[in-house]
Design a protein around this ligand. Sequence first.
Ligand code: NAP
Length: 458
Amino acid sequence: MAIAVVNPTTGETEEEFTAHSAEEIESRLQKAQAAHETLRDLTYAQRGVWMKKAADILEAEVDELSKMMTIEMGKPIAQSVAEVLKCAKNMRFYADNAEGFLADEPIDDPSKVGASQAYVHYQPLGVILAVMPWNYPMWQVIRFAAPALMAGNTGVLKHASNVPRSALYLDTLFTRAGFPEGSFITILTGAAAVAAVIDDRRIKAVTLTGSEPAGRSVAARAGQNIKKSVMELGGSDAFIVMPSADLDRASTVGVTARTSNNGQSCIAGKRFIVHTDVYDEFVAMFSEKMAALVVGDPLDEATQIGPLATEGGRDEIAELVDDAVSKGARVLAGGGAPDGPGWFYAPTVLDQLTPDMRLVMEEAFGPVATVYRVTSREEAVAIANQTTFGLSSALWTTDASDEEFFIHNIDAGAVFVNGMTISYPELPFGGIKDSGFGRELAAPGIREFCNFKTVWKG
Ligand code: NAP
């Protein structure tokens, strides 16, 4: 894939970039290693000052940065602004909490292990490779970078090839804030070069956010090298609506859950599983609200849905819908791409799905919702769990027994009750099954790339 900015609103190539040479990558890895040797011995307070300064820079530059992101990958401008501000919040969160999350952890009774004192001491691993996707070009990276740098690790970013301006912005952000040169750097390179970087002895671990095939490849390579990895992969989250739900709210939030980021979110509610008692009412409300969304230029503040980020992504979503419709799915809203330039796709709702349709098991990475009618909570959970993914889920009910049943039985990294899945700095984030392993955010996120050093004193 060429490293280039291709504006998804127009389909025009705006700028092409040359990949870094092997020599340039070598020089950057050397800098990252040297920076780690400095950073690991600094205080949390010092790293925190720089982290907060980096947050200040993001906030001061939010307007130009948001516009750059929207031109690169097409998300509505208000969502780009919100993404940048959320990054700043996460940076301050780790600046304030890293020291507490990584404080020594004494065991309760050291005499049981024959010690006068015994504790876990957290230490950074070193240079961490981060392979990142385009869908949240700042957030996915900062979600990793803020805890990594606060722990004393350094980061080498291989960003998606279609967001090189974001990649280069992040290349200088942390040094502009005061971090030593090399603390967080970008290598401009395609996916094919990643394996050799994982093999490099200076890389101590790797994190990937992206698709399942990319995850399989990178996790396998890390495994061959006996290096730690964290995988944040795809999802096909269930959004379950039970009879006691507030249908008006559930349908409004459901539309946001499905179409935020133009439908290209790993944690989007993608499969709507609705109890038959409220099916017709919910589906009518939901389809009407989906059809009413304003599709257009993402730089226009009034736009709610912009184009998909790439032509391939738009073609993929069209193929999934066409496959389902050709096999008998009913179209309740949308169902196709509008005429004209750019990679737009109409917000779409389909029901009457059958197991032979690809959409039943595959991730729909665009504004396409599928709806399933169920007659019991057992049937609902069976459909929720039938895909190979297990990222998150949402449940709408006011019945305590339903709530307990679903929280206990849904196979996913999270359950959000009467709300939609959102990532917060304070909550651990990550999936199970083919959605990956490991956690980002909160205390588990900063510990992923630390050595849990056991200290025993006689
Ligand atoms: P992608 O094609 O997997 O790309 C993600 C990153 O991996 C890019 O930097 C890409 O580089 C690189 N890459 C791709 N194949 C690779 C390989 N074989 N070896 C090494 N690197 C490789 O994913 P995407 O299309 O950008 O993102 C969409 C996917 O990400 C969806 O499945 C979505 O659900 C998932 N996602 C998950 C989370 C989460 O937290 N769980 C969050 C966001 C997105 P190039 O661009 O150079 O190909």
